[in-house]
Design a protein. Structure first.
Length: 64
């Protein structure tokens, strides 16, 4: 049986992983449950998303 409650360290690995590939459904569920109760990890996820968007925009810049 999969663990429902995860540590912040595990949540950070999932957050990082979702930037590279789609998470499995159970990974998305446990991450979402963790984020509901953890403001720190929610902030980490927002920061990862911001950095990911910024990196894509810079990589798509053809002015160089």
């Amino acid at each position: 049986m999969a663990r429902i409650f995860i540590s912040c360290r595990h949540a950070h690995r999932l957050i990082s992983g979702e930037c590279d590939h789609a998470l499995r459904w159970h990974q998305r569920v446990v991450l979402r449950l963790h984020l509901l109760g953890c403001d720190a990890c929610s902030t980490v996820r927002r920061n990862f998303a911001f950095l990911s968007r910024a990196t894509r925009r810079l990589g798509g810049n053809s002015d160089s």
